[in-house]
Design a protein around this ligand. Structure first.
Ligand code: ADP
Ligand code: MG
Length: 228
């Protein structure tokens, strides 16, 4: 039986007085690629972190691959994340002083694979993002665009069905940003479900589905006519 990759039903998140997210209804089917777009502070990261089980909602139901997140222990959630979800963040989240190959291989730490295999898969993932010549470079030796490509390789080295990217081009010049978006499109074409947060309307409107959020509420959820 095939479940939606992510299902949010009546999801809310409040921080004290602040309603970061309210009454969110969202179903993401396997193989989709969508943008979550909205102004700063509108609740995009809150929604992505809930979809990625990094944060639990205040109300409502979250299902990832059919699992009700509320019924899982923290340990089971970690296992679900490790096996199902890759994350990419605006600020790369690469540890200083760690060569690219090791950063990417660390994406498989909880996979149970032996070290040699982790490094072999990391090598292949870095080649796929065009960084075969940067395997041993540390973050300070890489451009912003290269750092984000390392982060993408780390996110997908375990071949997760779902990739969540929070403003992946937000810290990049437009050319590096375009390269990152091409990589995300390539992953989508290869079958990965991809969710991209952006406040760039050009990027958002170039994706097959656009979810617009404002003041913690989903305002529009539209699919492009020609989307496959
Ligand atoms: P976006 O990603 O669209 O910029 P966020 O989801 O980060 O928006 O934030 C939505 C709202 O929730 C904002 O008002 C923000 O200040 C608030 N918020 C987000 N995270 C926290 C937190 N950990 N503690 C308190 N308030 C938060
Ligand atoms: Mg954000």
């Amino acid at each position: 039986m095939s479940h939606p990759v992510v299902e949010l039903r009546g999801v809310a998140k409040t921080y004290g007085e602040v309603a970061a997210l309210a009454e969110a209804e969202l179903v993401v089917e396997r193989g989709e690629m969508l943008a979550i777009v909205g102004p700063s502070g509108s609740g995009k990261s809150t929604m992505l972190n809930i979809m990625g089980t990094l944060s639990r909602p205040t109300a409502g139901t979250v299902r990832v691959d059919g699992y009700d997140v509320d019924e899982l222990s923290d340990r089971e959630l970690s296992a679900l994340r490790a096996g199902h979800i890759g994350f990419v963040f605006q600020s790369f989240h690469l540890a200083p002083g760690v060569p690219a190959l090791d950063s990417v291989a660390d994406g498989l730490l909880y996979s149970g694979r032996p070290r040699g295999e982790r490094r072999r898969l990391a090598d292949a993932a870095l080649r796929r993002v065009g960084l075969g010549h940067r395997l041993y470079n540390e973050p300070h030796q890489l451009s912003g665009g290269e750092k984000q490509r390392v982060a993408i390789a780390r996110a997908v080295v375990g071949d997760p069905p779902l990739l969540l990217a929070d403003e992946p081009t937000g810290a990049l010049d437009s050319r590096s940003g375009a390269t990152v978006m091409e990589l995300l499109h390539g992953l989508h074409q290869a079958g990965t479900t991809v969710v991209v947060i952006t406040h760039d309307h050009d990027i958002a409107s170039s994706l097959p589905r656009e979810v617009r959020i404002k003041d913690g509420r989903i305002e529009h959820d539209t699919r492009a006519e020609a989307a496959v």
